[in-house]
Design a protein around this ligand. Sequence first.
Ligand SMILES: Nc1ncnc2c1ncn2[C@@H]1O[C@H](COP(=O)(O)OP(=O)(O)O)[C@@H](O)[C@H]1O
Ligand SMILES: [Mg+2]
Length: 272
Amino acid sequence: MSGAGSAAPRVLAVANQKGGVGKTTTAINLGTALAAVGERVLIVDLDPQGNASTGVGIPPEIRSVTSYDALVGATSLAGATLRTAVPGLAIVPANADLVGLETDLIGDSGKPFRLRDAIAALAANPPVEGGYNYILIDCPPSLNVLTLNALVAANAVLVPVQTEFFALEGISQLSETIEQIRATLNPALEIQGVVLTMHDERMQFSREVADNVREFFGAKVYATVIPRNIKVAEAPSHGMPLLVYDHKCKGSEAYMDLARELIARERRMKAA
Ligand SMILES: Nc1ncnc2c1ncn2[C@@H]1O[C@H](COP(=O)(O)OP(=O)(O)O)[C@@H](O)[C@H]1O
Ligand SMILES: [Mg+2]
């Protein structure tokens, strides 16, 4: 299919080197919500744990071609892309092969640019009519070669922050990393936004942490807050995005709101 007439995709890295803050949950459900409002979305799973892949219904057995293969150049990103049950949502799945990437690419000076170049090739010749509007990269919980590839490939970073004690721990490190990459490998990199996750309005410390994060990041923090919601945690074990599992629950509503807020912010960022 020809890429003529398709705009370049917006590439967003979902990153925070802390584990368990809602990166994968956000990649899956924001991706599903964006697809639900008509965007063409590709999730690139860059975590060796492959939770995003499982969460959209791609079990390990059918991940014969993965993001690892695309990063080492054994296939193109398009060649590693699978459809999901959600119309408009595709995924490049991941498995534990990614653990070996650092060693496999030793001595390769192009190491940080692997994903950027693969996405450029995908955008030049997209496998879907009109191309993808959004590519969401689900990063692993560390600042390793995988996250480096994601931050070099991305136009902007989306940072999930869990409203719990120590939420800001590591955030300054992530901010520094983003600054460093902006100063060197990817000058155009910006923060799309910070999303508060697993928020419990009844807990005073949850509210305090939310206030602290808003003090630190200002207007970068989305007005939409993702509440702690049991359905959010249940959905992945059914291999379904939350919006498919229960589209009326509080978590689904929040991710729909986040998608709309993100699209509005994208328009403003483009106009600026
Ligand atoms: N809003 C939420 N409400 C309840 N549980 C959540 C919510 N968001 C994430 N979880 C659960 O918290 C755990 C960590 O989330 P996950 O998205 O895997 O984090 P990360 O990718 O940053 O490691 C998972 O078990 C997930 O199901
Ligand atoms: Mg994850």
